[in-house]
Write a protein that binds this ligand. Structure first.
Ligand code: MLT
Length: 409
């Protein structure tokens, strides 16, 4: 009789956002009269429609697909040159970061890349993650059998190094001890879920640590478009030495509304080599070649429009809109006496639950009493217990309404 992959059976519970979705569904079934009142600030899904320049690019790419002369079949597995060049120029060269177009791997989004990237590292590589953390980094390593045994009491895996992010360290982790024997360090800034940021000096310290200790940093920069403070780095490649120790993952979801259209990319520099000199760039290319048939032409054309003058202006307006939502939520809840952070250079607001409530109790309370949905901090890791995440990606009405209802609790 066949056997399932036992690593999957080690995963405790469902994927966080699936649990949240089924809780909402259960509530709606039990309270159909209240279902229409729900304000959804849980999963970080955008709500503004695609910008006109992007829609125009999509339409014209669809027209190309309709004529034999301009039809496109399989996309190149690593991405069309036009997009890889635009990314290297607009996301890196302008910031003084030295990234070649052929070091950019276009994909169907940052979530799949951040889950899949672990495949090119050895099965016994030890990972370090922030706590709280975007659950995909840990779950994908559980599936690969890398994380050891789960302790249901502590919520920790035996073979994962957790780097607590607390109010005491401003939600940015300290460097691990030099003998921590870590191979892969996951960092995400601006951070999901806490909305914390890192300045260039501190990011440089991580790069220096990784180079010194033979570790690789998987740097998730999906929220870089929300940075307004000029002192904050948008890319890890703004730091010296990052080409030999860092992989960067980016998304078109949060800066250009592609959550439903799917587009992202990963940068693997040619200088990133393992202990035996193996090129991680070549391994990732090999993986793409075998497992991926390329992001659709029409989607890559749409992505290209993000870099046009009009596209940049229009998506910039959308980002400003979400930033204003973040400000409304942050300042509104602060004025109401809540302890809140994030939300300034990030689209997530991190809220301390009142009266020592657990994250899930606060989730249940908000849903039952005021029909506001957020994400329980403990779903992101043990150090998230007692916290709650709200997203700025809703409509203006939902940001205002959520604040006013939570104030009235
Ligand atoms: C989140 O809510 O954390 C994000 O939307 C998840 C994602 O981008 O996959």
């Amino acid at each position: 009789m066949f056997k399932a992959n036992g690593n999957y059976l080690k995963l405790p519970g469902d994927y966080l956002f699936s649990t949240v979705a089924s809780k909402i569904q259960g509530y709606c079934e039990a309270n159909p009269e209240a279902a229409g009142r729900i304000v959804r600030l849980g999963i970080g899904d955008v709500t503004q429609p695609l910008a006109p320049a992007i829609v125009e690019a999509l339409h014209s790419a669809v027209d190309e697909m309709a004529a034999v002369e301009t039809f496109h079949g399989y996309a190149p597995d690593l991405g069309y040159d036009f997009l890889r060049q635009a990314i290297a120029q607009h996301d890196y060269a302008v910031r003084g970061a030295d990234i070649a177009p052929d070091e950019v791997f276009v994909s169907d989004g940052a979530k799949s890349d951040s889950a899949n990237i672990q495949e090119i590292f050895s099965a016994d590589a030890r990972i370090a993650v922030c706590d709280p953390v975007y659950p995909v980094y840990v779950d994908s390593n559980v599936m690969a059998g890398r994380t050891g045994v789960f302790d249901a009491t502590t919520g920790l895996w035996s073979n994962v190094v957790y780097m607590p992010c607390t109010r005491e360290n401003d939600f940015a982790p300290a460097l691990p001890s030099p003998d921590a024997d870590i191979s892969i360090i996951y960092l995400c800034f601006p951070n999901n879920p806490t909305g914390a940021v890192i300045d260039k000096e501190r990011l440089q310290a991580w790069v220096d640590y990784a180079n010194e200790h033979g570790a690789v940093i998987i740097y998730d920069a999906a929220y870089e478009a929300y940075i307004t403070n000029p002192a904050l780095p948008h890319s890890i490649y703004e730091c010296e030495g990052a080409r030999t120790c860092a992989i960067e993952i980016r998304s078109f979801s949060k800066n250009a509304g592609f959550t439903g259209t799917r587009l992202g990319y990963t940068v693997v520099p040619r200088d990133l080599k393992d202990a035996d000199g193996v090129s991680m760039h070549d391994l990732w290319a090999r993986r793409h070649g075998t497992k991926f048939n390329g992001t659709p032409y029409i989607v890559q054309r749409a992505g290209m429009a993000v870099y046009s003058e009009q596209g940049a202006r229009q998506t910039g307006e959308q980002i400003a809109f979400y930033r204003e939502n973040a400000r409304i939520i942050l300042e509104g809840l602060r004025a109401a006496g809540y302890e809140v952070s994030g939300g300034a250079n990030a689209p997530y607001i991190w809220l301390k639950t009142p009266d020592g409530m657990t994250s899930w109790d606060f989730f249940d309370l908000l849903l039952a009493e005021v029909q506001v949905v957020g994400t329980p901090g403990s779903g992101f890791g043990p150090s998230g217990e007692g916290y709650f995440r709200l997203t700025a990606f809703g409509s203006r009405e939902s940001a205002l309404e959520a604040v006013s209802r939570i104030k009235g609790l």
